[in-house]
Design a protein around this ligand. Structure first.
Ligand code: ATP
Ligand code: MN
Length: 466
C-alpha cells in the first residue's frame, strides 16, 4: 500500500476529504460494538469532539484480528471514506487494514464506562484528556490562548516576557513560593540566626512570581502597550473552586491610558475572547452546554451583546447593605468584598457583568493611583456571573512623591523596588493595566464549576501529581 499521509478526523468529518478516497486514521478507540457481520469502531484523535465510525466487515477481519481493538487502544486504520447510512454522521470508513499501535488492557483501563465523575477524573489527570469533556476544555483553552495573542497583536501590543523567578515580594498579591538551592537539611545561618541567602543561588532570597505587573509597567514606559501572559504562583492555602497555586495570568499595561480606557480595554478584551470562542469552538461549546450547563451558550452570547455595569465600590456597598440577602460575611465600607457579595451584584442585582471602581485604598495595592478624596484609589475589578472577580486592575500612581509616601506608609522595603520607583523619576506618564486570570476566563467560557477542571494538571494544596 502506498504511503498515504494521516488524515485528521476533523477534516474527514468536515468534508475536506472527498467521499470515495482512501484515508488513513490514527487515534484512540472510544467504543467497539457490532453484530455477527460487522464491527463498528468509534475512533477519536483529539482533533474534534466527534468520533469517526470505522466499519469492519467480519468476512474480511477475524475476531482474532480485532481482539485488541478495545476501548482506549491506539490504532492506525486505513479504508475507504463512504457516505454513512447512520444518523448523526455524514461519513464513515470501510476498514481495509488495521494496525494496533498500543493495546489497552480492558480489565484495568480506567475510562471504560461513560459518565465518570469530575472528581474521579481529577485523580486520573493523565488520562482525562481522552474524555469528551476534557478534550473540549483543552481545545477551548488553546483557542483562548491563541485569541489572546491575536487580540493584542492586532492592536500593536508587545508581548513582554516578565520573570518567573523574582527577587522582590513587594507586590503583596499573595503568599509566595520560595526558590532556593540551599540545602534544607543544613541551612546556612547568619550570626543573628536568620537564613544566609548570600550563599543562595542568586545571592539573595527569591520567590516564584505572583504577578508580572511591576515589570510590565517598565515595558509600558518604553514600548507603550505591552502584555504579559505567563504562569503565576500563589502559595495561599485557599482550597476553593476559584483558586490554584499555579495559574496563568494575562496582564496588559498601557501608557497614557486612564481608568476609563482601562475599563474599555478590559470589556473589549473579554467580549472579543468570548466571541472568538463562539465563532471557532462551536462543537465543543455545544457539547459542554448539553452536558454540564444548559445556560452556557445563552450566557456567553449575553455577555458579548450587553454593556457591563460600571459603578464605584461605595455605591456597591450601599446596594449590598440595602439588600435583603443574607450574607455569610458582613459588608461595611472599607472591607474587601467576598465572592458572595460580588456574585450577588452580578447575578441578582444587575444581572450582567459589573466593573467596580474606586475601592478604599487600604484594601488595594500600593501602586494604585490615589483619588483626590484621600480615601479611595482608581482600582477596577471586573465581576462575572458564577465566578466573581475575573479581572483586577487599576490606573497606576505615576507621581513619584505620592507613590513613595504610599510605599513608606505600607512598609514596603524601598531597596527592593528602587527600579520600579525610578520609572516615576524618569519620564513618568499616566498608565493603567489589569490582570485577567486565565483559568477564571476558562471557567466562564466552559461553564465548568471547578478551576481544577480547566487546567490540564492543577496544582493546589497537597496536590502536585502528574
Ligand atoms: P481573589 O480576590 O479572587 O483571590 P485577587 O484579588 O487575589 O483574587 P489579583 O491579585 O487581582 O487577584 O489577580 C488578578 C487576577 O488573577 C484575578 O482577578 C483572578 O482572575 C486571577 N487570580 C488571582 N488569584 C488566583 C488564583 N489563586 N488562582 C487562579 N486565578 C487567580
Ligand atoms: Mn483582585
Amino acid at each position: 500500500m502506498g504511503n498515504i499521509q494521516r488524515n485528521k478526523v476533523k477534516d474527514v468529518l468536515s468534508g475536506a476529504v472527498a467521499v470515495g478516497s482512501e484515508v488513513l486514521l490514527k487515534g484512540w478507540v472510544r467504543t467497539k460494538r457490532g453484530n455477527k457481520h460487522v464491527a463498528f469502531i468509534a475512533l477519536n484523535d483529539g482533533s474534534i469532539i466527534h468520533n469517526i465510525q470505522i466499519v469492519a466487515d467480519l468476512q474480511q477481519f477475524s475476531d482474532e484480528q480485532l481482539k485488541a481493538v478495545t476501548t482506549g487502544a491506539c490504532i492506525s486504520a486505513k479504508g475507504k471514506l463512504v457516505d454513512s447510512p447512520a444518523q448523526g454522521q455524514p461519513v464513515e470508513v470501510q476498514l481495509s487494514s488495521i494496525e494496533i499501535l498500543g493495546e489497552a488492557d480492558a480489565e484495568t483501563y480506567p475510562l471504560q464506562k461513560k459518565g465518570h465523575s469530575l472528581e474521579f477524573l481529577r485523580e486520573i489527570a493523565h488520562l482525562r484528556p481522552r474524555t469528551n469533556t476534557f478534550g473540549a476544555i483543552f481545545r477551548l483553552r488553546h483557542a483562548m490562548a491563541f485569541a489572546i495573542h491575536q487580540f493584542f497583536n492586532d492592536r500593536g501590543f508587545v508581548y513582554l516576557h516578565t520573570p518567573i523567578i523574582t527577587g522582590s515580594d513587594a507586590e503583596g498579591a499573595g503568599a509566595m513560593f520560595k526558590v532556593t538551592t540551599l540545602d534544607l537539611h543544613n541551612i546556612p545561618k547568619k550570626p543573628d540566626g536568620s537564613v544566609d541567602h548570600e550563599q543562595d543561588f542568586f545571592g539573595k532570597a527569591t520567590n516564584l512570581t505572583v504577578s508580572g505587573q511591576l515589570e510590565g509597567e517598565l515595558g509600558a514606559m518604553a514600548l507603550g502597550e505591552v502584555y504579559t501572559f505567563g504562569p503565576t504562583f500563589r502559595a495561599e492555602n485557599s482550597n476553593t473552586t476559584r483558586h490554584l497555586a499555579e495559574f496563568w495570568m494575562i496582564e496588559p499595561e498601557v501608557a497614557f491610558n486612564e481608568l476609563q480606557e482601562n475599563m474599555d480595554l478590559a470589556e473589549d478584551f473579554l467580549k472579543y475572547l468570548i466571541q472568538y470562542a463562539l465563532e471557532h469552538c462551536a462543537p465543543d461549546l455545544e457539547f459542554l452546554c448539553q452536558q454540564y450547563d444548559k445556560e452556557l451558550l445563552s450566557r456567553l452570547n449575553f455577555v458579548v451583546n450587553n454593556a457591563f455595569q460600571r459603578l464605584p465600590y461605595t455605591e456597591a456597598v450601599e446596594i449590598l447593605k440595602a439588600s435583603k440577602q443574607k450574607f455569610e460575611y458582613k459588608v461595611e465600607w472599607g472591607t474587601d468584598l467576598q465572592s458572595e457579595h460580588e456574585r450577588y451584584l452580578v447575578e441578582k442585582h444587575f444581572e450582567k457583568p459589573v466593573i467596580l471602581t474606586d475601592y478604599p485604598k487600604d484594601i488595594k495595592a500600593f501602586y494604585m493611583k490615589q483619588n483626590a478624596d484621600g480615601k479611595t484609589v482608581r482600582a477596577m475589578d471586573v465581576l462575572f456571573p458564577g465566578i466573581g472577580e475575573i479581572i483586577g486592575g487599576s490606573q497606576r500612581e505615576e507621581g513619584y512623591d505620592k507613590l513613595l509616601a504610599r510605599v513608606k506608609e505600607m512598609g514596603i522595603p524601598e531597596e527592593e523596588i528602587w527600579w520600579y520607583l525610578e520609572t516615576r523619576k524618569f519620564g513618568t506618564a499616566p498608565h493603567s493595566g489589569f490582570g485577567l486570570g486565565f483559568e477564571r476566563l476558562m471557567l466562564f467560557v466552559t461553564g465548568m464549576s471547578n478551576i481544577r477542571d480547566v487546567i490540564p494538571f492543577p496544582r493546589f494544596p497537597k496536590s502536585a501529581d502528574f
